[in-house]
Ligand binder design. Structure first.
Ligand SMILES: NC(=O)c1ccc[n+]([C@@H]2O[C@H](COP(=O)([O-])OP(=O)(O)OC[C@H]3O[C@@H](n4cnc5c(N)ncnc54)[C@H](O)[C@@H]3O)[C@@H](O)[C@H]2O)c1
Length: 355
């Protein structure tokens, strides 16, 4: 029988791609999402990709009664927990709400899992737990000094999960620290669904390339990096999704290995903001008008992962390069039906890049 995996936040950007990877990997995803930032059309489009839409429950991870009922009625074997506030900027503007959603939500979920004796968990953490790392590539052993309220919520949950696994060795927890997930599924049917101004660089540059909104503002061009702009580790969202399936397989195949494991998910390579601009220009065949602006508060100059532990543990390695990330993101945004008809005739997908 295919194992049923509860995916909290499964209607969101990363969660929807995880659902595709789960179906391909022989698991049955069950989505729990409150649609505060989820895409209502995603379930139907997931069905078009996988041949069968996943079941989806509209609800909140802070709703303990709902979780108890769900674990009673469904045969859930593991949980992938993504539901929460995803953006550092949300934490800055409303740190209490960020804490409430991320920390209280996670603790409510963990308590319900414990009550139902479901003790297999993959937690979506973030490179934000490192804050401003002393060196890149960053290994998992690097000091965790989160500099944002959002990063602190992720670290608080990680610490609680560590304590939980010490107190009860029956738990198997994989903490995955994502670096900069970007891109989209190659079908162009799912991707990041920005409400208003996109928070992710690749989506924002694609919108600027399409001529939506104003010029693209580069936030800081005087960093001590090769071109003065910040450097990050952009990792294809389908690579991120695949890692979750490998982590579940790893849990299933080695039931004797209990406790908590923390893994970085990145490519091990950094790209600057201007590298991303050039890559989007290449895949879209359009120029991006850039404006150099001041630094954004709290941004670190450079941060990329040492992903060798994920390779050694799961056999995972990112395969999508920056061009693939930008191409898939561009295709998704062009085909998502969210751009005004007036601009669509002016844009094209550089079909040479598809081969
Ligand atoms: N996208 C990134 O750059 C990034 C980087 C590191 C870590 N993460 C983490 O990965 C996870 C997913 O991120 P994403 O980019 O897909 O974000 P997203 O906003 O697209 O997806 C999150 C989903 O969770 C849902 N949600 C929010 N609060 C909920 C709640 N209380 N109960 C149920 N559902 C809830 C939202 O409706 C949304 O569908 C988040 O936990 C985020 O912190 C994301």
């Amino acid at each position: 029988m295919r194992s049923c995996i509860l995916v909290t936040g499964g209607a969101g950007f990363i969660g929807s791609h995880i659902c595709v990877a789960l179906s391909a990997g022989g698991y049955t995803p069950l989505i729990l999402d409150n649609f505060s930032n989820g895409d209502p059309g995603v379930v139907e489009r997931l069905g078009r990709i996988t041949g069968r839409p996943p079941r989806c429950i509209r609800g909140d991870v802070r709703d303990r009664a709902l979780l108890d009922r769900l674990f009673r009625e469904e045969c859930v074997e593991g949980v992938i927990h993504l539901g929460g506030v995803k953006a550092a900027s949300d934490g800055l503007s409303d740190p209490i709400a960020c804490h409430e959603n991320n920390v209280v939500g996670s603790f409510t979920l963990i308590a319900a899992m414990r009550a139902a004796s479901v003790k297999n968990l993959i937690f979506a953490s973030s490179a934000a737990v490192y804050g401003s790392p002393d060196v890149s590539p960053v290994p998992e052993s690097a000091a965790c000094r989160p500099s944002s309220p959002y990063g602190r919520t992720k670290r608080e949950i990680e610490r609680a999960l560590t304590a939980l696994c010490v107190a009860d060795p029956a738990w198997r927890v994989t903490v995955l620290r994502y670096f900069n997930p970007a891109g989209a599924h190659e079908s162009g049917l799912i991707g990041e669904f920005p409400r208003g101004t996109p928070l992710h660089l690749v989506s924002a540059v694609c919108q600027a390339a399409a001529g939506l909104g104003q010029t693209f503002k580069v936030q800081g061009s005087d960093y001590p990096t090769w071109d003065g702009t910040t450097i990050r580790d952009y990792v294809h969202v389908m690579d991120i999704a695949r890692a979750h399936v490998l982590a579940l397989d790893h849990m299933q195949q080695r039931p004797w290995q209990q406790g908590l494991q923390t893994l970085n998910l990145g490519t091990g390579r950094g790209h600057s903001v201007l590298d991303v601009v050039r890559a989007v220009e290449h895949v879209s065949g359009r120029q991006v008008a850039c404006e150099l602006g001041p630094r954004r508060v709290g941004d670190v100059p450079a941060c990329w992962a040492n992903p060798s532990m994920a390779l050694a543990t799961l056999g995972w390695r990112a395969s999508g390069n920056l061009e693939a990330i930008c191409r898939d993101s561009w295709c998704w945004q062009v085909s998502s039906g969210r751009w005004p008809d007036s601009i669509l005739p002016r844009i094209r997908i550089n079909s040479n890049l598809r081969s």
